[in-house]
Design a protein around this ligand. Structure first.
Ligand SMILES: [Zn+2]
Length: 69
């Protein structure tokens, strides 16, 4: 295995080049993207649930005086 940055021959199991410090093992971008999608979806779901709760509580409070009459 050669370092892609400086071309120094490296031991396979190293994460970084000992000569120039370049990163030899790339992190999987698919995992990061998947995690980001899960986080975004979770935030949307939480947002929708919060909106529904606020709307439900809001209408409940608005209807209360009318129901008591
Ligand atoms: Zn290097």
């Amino acid at each position: 295995m050669k370092c892609p940055k400086c071309g120094q021959e490296m031991i396979d199991n190293k994460d970084f080049c000992l000569n120039c410090g370049a990163k030899l093992k790339e992190e999987k971008p698919a995992m990061t993207k998947k995690t980001a999608i899960i986080v975004v979806l979770s935030l949307i779901v939480i947002g929708v649930i919060t909106c529904l709760c606020i709307m439900y509580l809001g209408t409940g409070k608005e209807l209360e005086p009318f129901l008591n009459k």
